[in-house]
Design a protein around this ligand. Sequence first.
Ligand SMILES: NC(=O)c1ccc[n+]([C@@H]2O[C@H](COP(=O)([O-])OP(=O)(O)OC[C@H]3O[C@@H](n4cnc5c(N)ncnc54)[C@H](OP(=O)(O)O)[C@@H]3O)[C@@H](O)[C@H]2O)c1
Length: 248
Amino acid sequence: MAEKGKVCVTGAGGYVASWVVKLLLSKGYIVHGTVREPSDEKYSHLKKLEKASENLKLFKADLLEYNTLCSAIAGCDGVFHVASPVPPTTVVPNPEVELMEPAVKGTLNVLKACTEAKVKRVVVVSSGYAVMRNPRWPKGKVKDETCWSDKEYCRTTENWYCLSKTEAETEALEYAKKSGLDVVRVCPTLVLGPILQSTINASSLVLIKLLKGNTTCTLPNVLMMDLVKQGYSKVYIKIFFRLYVVLT
Ligand SMILES: NC(=O)c1ccc[n+]([C@@H]2O[C@H](COP(=O)([O-])OP(=O)(O)OC[C@H]3O[C@@H](n4cnc5c(N)ncnc54)[C@H](OP(=O)(O)O)[C@@H]3O)[C@@H](O)[C@H]2O)c1
């Protein structure tokens, strides 16, 4: 297959990002994956992906270290910004440091590095949580791109993950408007399906808790069946990819 260009995936070893890397490699892209510690065993699954030995290069990068991001993004045509902290519980002792900074400042760092590298398109993985926590939205009305989670409500209810994703997406939108960078935002809800990595991520933990009969963790039955049958992770990853390719 002819070389299709270089694409960077942030947080390449995470649950969602690993699937993005796999898909991009299978389509013939050269992938620059950012990870925080390339020698860590937890990223070994990436090196085993088909075509990884020739086409995957891992870069040590942290969302809060701008220069490390620049090195990974340099020379890339596109970027999938997937990295963002996803806590396994709602208890977050220091939300500013643990969530807000890497999510918000991290996203801006990635976008600035994209501008510097003259990247053609960036897909920012936001979240349904940037949309759904809005108590003032009329009941029954479909939530669309005009609906945002209420940041003050997120703060008072201490829903820090929700706040981090809402703030990060808002800033990404503002940055795109000001800079002219082509930024596509996607808001997946719960992503479930087979995992490629050896560690358990937060959304897979929800499924494990449900399967173990944990009654503090609930999801509507119909939704659950649908999610598991379809292997939602694959559906979402294909959508991210289409947003990247079809719209260019
Ligand atoms: N899974 C879902 O249900 C779901 C739903 C909606 C949206 N999302 C979004 O999808 C993205 C990936 O989530 P996931 O479920 O795949 O979670 P995950 O497996 O925990 O992946 C999160 C990734 O972010 C990286 N990261 C966190 N802080 C970082 C920092 N300061 N610098 C560099 N990398 C950092 C982590 O790197 P390390 O490996 O080094 O820790 C990890 O690779 C997130 O943006 C999340 O908000 C997920």
